[in-house]
Ligand binder design. Structure first.
Ligand SMILES: C[S@@+](CC[C@H](N)C(=O)[O-])C[C@H]1O[C@@H](n2cnc3c(N)ncnc32)[C@H](O)[C@@H]1O
Length: 875
């Protein structure tokens, strides 16, 4: 078949050159096996086939989303409507007027937008440059997320609210995690302000204020744990999530198929009774699992080249294990959303059916009917019957057919096919049509699969039945088999037609049994042999189901090296070594090398063990905290027991982080347990080399400002109401305050003239007047002896200038060059102050550098690029 589909763009790569990358324009947008399989399955009705294939061959439209939990994201949305849409409608591309972005019909509050012009054109075609700048600037500061439209669906169906505990099992690079986090923080900005106001007015009692889920004086009490098994990708996720500055986030780095149980502080016990361990269970879990990504060829053109049926066959087991583990960790009444960007029923309906079967059937796990949710979203029902394509492209109607073939012809080419990949038998009435399939031609998007499950009763998952899987070949098995077939040492090996023919199923069975044992341990389950038997009187399985997962008597064991570990809460991991990144050498293969001696090469494998800095909480009465509370006149209502540092000694040396109380309890309870926490905490205070005595050296970092600002006293805050004043502070990096410089600072001049040196906050209040601003903002300010500095990274300054003033003139750093000096700086400086000036200049530059460094680190991950596509994410 020849090239088909729309115009193709060469993604040479941002770094230039694009060395080694696939040239997209050379990829043929067709794949014989893929098309034959999906046509044979009839994944779309006959009359839609042509439209379906035409759409999936076209380039993907561009889409983005505004950050819903932030008040001023609405101002950004307004800017799009008022300014950029009229500008875009006047652009002609290839002789035609360009279609402007339009709100996605089914996304609430017009927060998601899509436009037919592809991303690559917007990036490269000059007339789009100001719109592109706007998108980049607002993405950098977290007001916009570039995300594929279909990828926005799962978090909308999960029904998460503030106060819930949520787990995103396969989260990187984090588009859906960001949506989940926004749901947990919904309404928080207003409730915090209300609570702080009540406290100031003396109208608050001792009890924390706020509605359900936000009843921590207006702050959300919820928690989002984002996990990814790939360490590097977990860091891409952290980079994305940091833009939202949430103290309610923990990032972990584990294999989701055996995600460890997370310990909570023990519940108080009646006197004399042993304390029971408690484990975290989740209200909501997203399992956006690794998949073959065959719904994404509009974005990942290489899918056309790389698709083969073996991909789905290899992924099914992992996907089903992840979903089973999700259901185990879910509260009764909780929801799991399972999603893939694949259209293959083996990765979708088959996984749903298998996981429900392993969890005891539809009495325990319900597929929810979401047909009334997201009105306007076109979708097709899940499939109730399908066929399986083997790695050689043969299509099988049923497991029975596969078994019959195996009996007669052996397992040649059938490797990895499992009974569970086929539709459930007719006596199992599972409403798989409640699963949702979104196809590219429905609303000009990528392809996607989503299912919402509800756990209705506690479950005890059955093991995978290894006799229902055609095993794959292994080198060890091959060696054994070859040796056994060799009649004498002098005879040559027999010719073999297929590796698969050589594998004795029981070897695979043994491996699977071992894996099951580990999973059982990870999930607090007694060995399967016990769980499958009738419960013994007084055995854990007799207890109320919820108790079993959440309360396990603490039992300790000693390792060979004398370390004590808790048993029963997760597989035993050794505590991580106390050095930075270390490389350990392990030998590959089994620990019984003699058995596989003939062919197994004992090749040393270098394995990187990433060591995270520890998380140490400060004593609420720590000597560094009191001066901070006094300097900022911080309300005593702001919790003192959630400040954390990241060094072994637990001393506040450079940065103090803030976390929610649940995040703190989890970090403390699971310290040294082998749980791999790779991120938690929002930077709240950063130590600054101030040049004066009596200046608090801990400045408030922008990341934490939103959280602490309502609790800061009036003597450390400056109020601004006029547009021009803000513009001046954004453009000029260090406007002069002394020697009458304050007079040029307009309405805030009088306030900043006498404000004590050090960090303050700038409150931008809307007035509704013509020279006023429309959005409320809070920004960090630094008053030095002679000047003032809005402590914002340059990117944030530029984004705000562009958004509020449509101004992209260069920023002025008054301390850097003579030519750039503002009139205030040019004023004569008394000689006695000259040395001081120099010191302050250094101080100011340091401040700028710290903020800049913060932004640059964020950019490093963005620039790493190319990573997103490796797992066919729908970002
Ligand atoms: C489809 S992507 C997730 C996309 C993500 N939810 C988003 O919206 O940005 C699948 C992710 O699963 C991760 N992954 C693969 N196998 C895993 C496993 N066994 N456990 C946890 N994560 C896994 C991959 O590293 C990849 O980042």
């Amino acid at each position: 078949m020849g090239k088909r589909g729309g115009k193709k763009f060469n993604r040479g790569g941002r770094g230039g050159g694009g060395g080694g990358r696939t040239n997209w324009s050379e990829i043929t947008r067709s794949n014989e096996k893929l098309e034959r399989y999906y046509n044979e399955l009839g994944i779309v009705p006959e009359e839609e086939k042509e439209e379906f294939w035409a759409a999936i061959r076209r380039d993907l439209p561009n889409s983005f989303r505004f950050t819903g939990s932030r008040g001023h994201a609405l101002a950004v949305q307004e800017r799009l409507k008022q300014f950029y849409i009229p500008e875009i409608t006047s652009i002609k591309y290839e002789g035609e007027f360009v279609e402007p972005p339009r709100p996605v019909e089914w996304y609430p509050d017009q927060l998601a937008w899509a436009m037919t012009t592809p991303k690559q054109v917007i990036r490269r075609f000059a007339p789009f440059s100001s719109f592109q700048k706007f998108l980049v600037a607002e993405t950098e500061v977290g007001n916009i997320s570039r995300q594929e439209v279909v990828s926005m669906i799962p978090p909308l169906l999960i029904d998460a609210h503030p106060g819930m505990t949520v787990l995103d099992m396969c989260a990187a690079p984090g588009s859906k995690s960001a949506q989940l986090m926004e749901l947990l923080h919904a309404g928080e900005e207003d409730t915090i302000l209300d609570a702080a106001q009540k406290v100031r007015e003396g109208a608050a009692g001792e009890e924390p204020l706020g509605p359900e889920g936000l009843n921590d004086d207006g702050r959300t009490t919820g928690l989002l744990i984002c996990n990814d098994s790939d360490y590097k990708r977990a860091h891409m996720l952290i980079h994305q999530m940091k833009r939202l500055s949430s103290p309610n986030l923990i990032v972990t780095n584990h294999d989701a198929t055996m995600y460890p149980s997370i310990k909570l502080p023990p519940a108080p016990s009646a006197e004399g009774k042993p304390q029971m361990n408690r484990y975290l269970k989740f209200d909501r879990i997203l399992a956006d699992v690794p998949c073959s990504g065959d719904g994404t060829p509009r974005k990942n053109v290489s899918v056309w080249k790389d698709w083969n049926p073996a991909n789905a066959l290899g992924l099914y087991v992992t996907q089903a294990r992840i979903l089973v583990r999700a259901l185990q960790m879910l509260k009764v009444g909780g929801r799991v959303v399972y999603s893939t960007c694949s259209l293959n029923p083996i990765e979708n309906e088959a996984v749903i059916a298998s996981a429900i079967e392993r969890c005891g059937g539809s009495a325990n796990v319900k597929i929810l009917d979401c047909s009334k949710e997201l009105p306007g979203l076109k979708r097709a029902p899940g499939m109730r019957d399908w066929k399986v394509m083997d790695r050689e492209g043969r299509i099988w109607n049923s497991w029975k057919d596969v078994e019959e073939h195996k009996e007669k012809e052996g397992i040649d080419g059938l490797a990895r096919i499992a009974k569970g990949m086929f539709a459930p038998e007719s006596d199992v009435d599972l409403p798989l049509d409640r699963c949702m399939r979104v196809y590219p031609h429905h609303q000009d998007t990528g392809g996607f699969f989503i299912t919402v499950l509800e756990k209705t009763q506690e479950i005890r998952a059955k093991p995978e039945n290894v006799s229902d899987v055609i095993p794959k070949a292994s080198v060890a098995a091959l060696a054994d088999e070859l040796d056994s077939r060799k009649k004498s040492n002098s005879e040559p090996y027999q010719k073999l037609n297929s590796l698969d023919d050589l594998v004795a199923p029981d070897q695979e069975a043994a491996k699977e049994a071992a894996k099951n044992a580990t999973v059982a341990e990870a999930t607090h389950q007694p060995p399967y042999s016990t769980t499958l038997d009738a419960p013994q009187p007084g055995s854990p399985s007799k207890r109320a189901a919820d108790d079993f997962e959440s309360e396990i008597p603490a039992k300790k064991t000693k390792l060979e090296n004398g370390e004590e570990l808790l048993l029963g809460d997760r597989p035993i991991h050794k505590p991580a070594p106390a050095v930075e990144t270390v490389e350990t050498t392990e030998t590959s293969g089994s620990n019984t090398p003699a058995q596989s001696a003939p062919l197994a090469l004992e090749k040393p494998v270098k394995k990187k063990v990433h060591q995270e800095d520890p998380y140490k909480y400060l004593d609420p009465n720590h000597e560094e905290l009191q001066p901070i509370y006094s300097f900022y006149e911080l309300s005593e209502r702001f919790p003192r027991d959630r400040f954390m540092v990241r060094n072994v000694e637990g001393n506040p040396t450079r940065t103090v982080y803030y976390t929610s109380s649940l995040a703190r309890d989890i970090l403390i309870q699971n310290e040294g347990s082998g749980m791999k926490f790779v991120h938690c905490g929002v930077k709240m205070f950063v130590k600054q080399d101030a040049q004066r005595e009596n200046v608090c050296r801990w400045r408030i970092q922008t990341d934490g400002l939103r959280i602490i600002e309502p609790w800061v006293g009036s003597s450390r805050s400056v109020t601004l109401t006029k547009r021009e004043t803000l513009r001046k502070l954004l453009v000029e990096m260090f406007p002069k305050v002394n020697d009458d410089g304050w007079k040029s600072l307009g309405e805030i001049g009088e306030q900043v003239k006498d404000i004590p040196m050090g960090c303050s906050i700038l409150r931008v209040e809307p007035t509704g007047k013509e020279d006023g601003l429309t959005e409320r903002m809070v920004l960090p300010l630094w008053r030095s002896l002679h000047s003032l500095n809005l402590m914002l990274p340059k990117e944030d300054r530029r984004a705000m200038l562009l958004r509020i003033f449509n101004d992209d003139t260069p920023l002025v750093n008054a301390t850097q060059k003579k030519g750039n000096e503002s009139p205030a700086v040019a004023a004569p400086v008394e000689s006695t102050a000259a040395a001081e000036d120099q010191a302050l200049k250094v101080e100011n530059e340091q401040l700028g550098e710290v903020e800049q460094e913060h932004t640059d680190t964020r950019e490093t991950y963005t620039k790493a690029g190319g990573e997103e596509d490796r797992f066919n994410t729908t970002v």
